[in-house]
Ligand binder design. Structure first.
Ligand SMILES: Cc1ncc(COP(=O)(O)O)c(C=O)c1O
Length: 378
């Protein structure tokens, strides 16, 4: 089946009891059993929930995996994946990942005996030479917020040579544009809060795998630690995913128009968007993904200019998060990446004047007019 068909149908059948075309929200804590050890495959709702299972099957199909595990947030999914690594092992991470990922790794999981090393993963050959041994490689591509592109197939080969796992946080692209498992990655993670749900009304996460043994381990942890996605949130994400193939081209078309506007504006310094032909990762992005997405970062040169813009926009909403139909604009240094030290941010190029925009599905000319008005004041 085609991707749009899978968005609407994969993993879901009409409800066997009533024929309801939409999978019901199984809002129950437990299931009545027929006798000791005799039940219909459902014992307790942390362990199994039919609504969650439908979403897990659906997302696994979209990413080309065998199974998925849904969690209460993207961070809960990230945490679950890291339990696959034993204490004492080394984990290598893209150097400008989402700030919450950096915080979880450095402030929480490092205390449990995992060693985290942050490296530039956008040059696969240099990475191979510098990275040493590792048990797991965690990347985002394009990276957050500087939109560096990483070559998934080359990094998958580097991970394979070390018998390590490659995990790709695919939140920015969604499986509509990029399917890392088909390029050699072992695990794909999403904050379903973002493009998958698409409507800024649910927080959730998923890890999709292509190997049954990994799926078993993640489901075991999902039940053992219990940070499950609620049935209502699973239902919301299922509903959001039905229009993923309609929303993503619109996000990207608007993204292109906003990126071109920003790049041509006299008050904007560098504009980071992999769709520009002179972006260093453009060719890799073109090869490994079906598009360039709607995430853009741009530099206004100073905190004051960024503040003025962010406080003057009216249609673009100042807020953390991304991937909704509404355009969201944010300030990485004080919001998503506040967990990095100022020196770490400076070294990465996440300056105080940097602004990130997640372009939504409104009319592009309205977004551009809003940005133009706010930039006049900046
Ligand atoms: C790329 C990326 N990964 C993971 C997360 C974490 O997801 P959540 O907020 O659902 O925990 C975020 C959140 O902004 C994100 O942008």
């Amino acid at each position: 089946m085609g991707f749009a068909t899978d968005c609407i149908h994969a993993g879901q059948e009409p409800d066997p009891t009533t024929g309801a075309i939409v999978p019901p929200i199984y809002q129950t804590a437990t299931y009545v059993q027929q006798g000791i050890g005799r039940h219909k495959g459902y014992e307790y709702a942390r362990t199994q929930n039919p609504t969650r299972e439908v979403l897990e099957r659906n997302l696994a199909a979209l990413e080309g995996g065998v199974d998925g595990c849904c969690f209460a947030s993207g961070m809960a999914a990230t945490n679950a994946v890291l339990t696959l690594v034993d204490a004492g092992k080394r984990v290598v991470v893209s150097d400008n990942v989402y700030g919450g990922t950096h915080r979880l790794f450095t402030k929480v999981l490092a205390r449990y005996g995992l060693e985290f090393v942050f490296l530039d993963t956008s040059d696969a050959a240099a990475f191979e030479a510098r990275s040493g041994d590792f048990a797991l490689l965690w990347i985002e591509t394009p990276t957050n917020p500087l939109m560096k592109v990483c070559d998934i197939a080359a990094l998958a080969a580097a991970a394979r040579r070390r018998q390590a796992l490659l995990v790709v946080d695919n939140t920015f692209m969604s499986p509509f544009f990029q399917r890392p498992l088909t390029l050699g990655a072992d695990i794909v993670v999403h904050s379903t809060t973002k493009f998958l749900n698409g409507h800024s009304d649910s927080v959730g996460g998923v890890a999709v795998v292509k190997d049954r043994a990994l799926a078993e381990k993640l489901h075991y942890y999902q039940n053992a630690a219990g940070a499950i996605l609620s049935p209502f949130d699973a239902w919301l994400v299922l509903r959001g995913v039905k229009t993923l193939a309609l929303r993503m081209p619109r996000h990207e078309e608007n993204g292109r128009r906003v990126a071109e506007f920003l790049r041509g504006h006299r008050k904007v310094g560098k504009t980071y968007w992999p769709g520009f032909p002179d972006h260093p990762g453009h060719d890799v992005q073109r090869r490994q993904a079906g598009g360039f997405g709607a995430m853009i970062a741009f530099d206004l040169g100073s905190l004051e200019a960024a503040r003025t813009l962010l406080e003057r926009v009216r249609l673009c909403s100042l807020g953390e998060s991304l991937g909704g139909v509404e355009t969201l604009i944010s300030h990485p240094a004080t919001m998503t990446h506040a967990g990095y030290t100022p020196a770490e941010r400076e070294a990465l190029g996440i300056r105080d004047g940097l602004v990130r925009i997640s372009v939504g599905c409104e009319d592009a000319e309205d977004l551009i007019a809003d940005l133009a008005r706010a930039l006049d004041a900046a």
